[in-house]
Design a protein around this ligand. Structure first.
Ligand code: ZN
Length: 327
């Protein structure tokens, strides 16, 4: 019990610290997007048969920001970072000739996941907006919801089992694995991470698991609920690979070929504890799972043709592409 209380206290202090720092930085400092560094690598490994599924993990400093481009042309943004690097996202979309984002999903109402959404929403006005329904009454989140209302964008809270086939298109099998109704209550404000939206995508023989900011308790719950269905080739690590997430049991159940940690670049400086955590680095190493993260590898893109997939760094040419071995 004492350990649980201590964990809660530490998490509360770190959350408060993160919120204060996010607001301070969002108001006082500007981090220019690294547009001049933005180059798309062309290697023989990028030559794929058929239309690929592309998943881009943008380097946004703090928070998550993931763009999914499906083989049938749907464009979905999962989270929007804190908003410092929106130009990087816009630059990528323009470079690809993408003029529409069909759907935006905010996995949970923390600023490092929705801070960039107001600017992105104003520019791209998606057809649909999804959230987890947690009762956040902060002025920043209400501002986001006001923009959604202003453009009359249909908004829906997602729950385990919801159908997203119209969002990701007919060729990509999509599953909402979390949250269930119990995970999002009026008490959710104590820890919004607990109600993060978790989505699994399957394209051909390749699979992706997006975990929002789930932590150890939710990882255990997901194992109970899903078991082997969690197995995925690409794992977006929960809660920015912090010390509160990434159990051995979860890694063994998901059994990923690569693990990607987002929102780590500035965490060392502003949150005073390293991300990825030493524990996660060590556990993944023992399981021989390559750990990829923007602090080291820049903006990451994973491309799948349904039979094989590979990842590249879009911003750091020295990064070594790894080809995944999907049986
Ligand atoms: Zn977060």
């Amino acid at each position: 019990m004492a350990v649980t209380k201590m964990n809660f206290l530490i998490k509360s202090l770190l959350s408060l610290q993160a919120i204060l720092i996010s607001f301070f930085l969002s108001g006082c400092l500007q981090f220019p997007a690294t547009i001049s560094d933005f180059k798309i690598m062309t290697t023989s490994q990028q030559e794929l048969d058929g239309t690929p599924l592309r998943v881009t993990f943008f380097e946004v400093g703090l928070g998550d920001c993931i763009l999914v481009e499906t083989p049938t042309g749907e464009v979905v943004l999962i989270d929007g970072g804190v908003g410092w690097y929106c130009d990087l996202i816009f630059n990528y979309l323009e470079s690809q000739g993408i003029t529409r984002i069909n759907s935006m999903i905010v996995t949970h109402p923390h600023y490092d996941h929705y801070g960039g959404f107001p600017e992105i929403l104003e520019r791209y006005k998606p057809d649909r907006f999804y959230h987890n329904g947690a009762p956040d009454f902060s002025s920043k989140y209400l501002e986001l919801l006001n923009i959604v209302n202003k453009y009359k964008i249909p908004a829906q809270s997602l729950r385990r089992g919801d159908d997203l086939s119209s969002v990701f298109g007919p060729q990509v099998q999509s599953q909402v694995l979390y949250p269930n109704e119990k995970a999002v209550t009026l008490d959710s404000q104590d820890d919004f991470n607990d109600g993060s939206i978790v989505i699994k995508l399957v394209y051909g023989e390749s699979s992706f698991l997006f975990t929002g900011d789930v932590e150890e308790d939710e990882e255990a719950r997901l194992i109970e609920l899903e078991g082997d269905n969690l197995k995925s080739d690409v794992l977006k690590l929960g809660h920015h690979a912090s010390l509160f997430s990434g159990t051995v049991e979860f890694f063994e159940t998901v059994s990923p070929q690569i693990a990607i940690a987002q929102g780590t670049q500035l965490a060392d400086i502003y949150l005073f504890y390293p991300r990825p955590s030493y524990g996660i680095i060590s556990r993944l190493k023992k399981l021989n799972v390559p750990l990829i993260y923007p602090k080291k590898d820049g903006t990451i893109q994973v491309v799948s043709d349904g039979k094989s997939c590979h990842w590249n760094s879009l911003t750091q040419l020295e990064s070594t592409p790894i080809k995944l071995n999907i049986p």
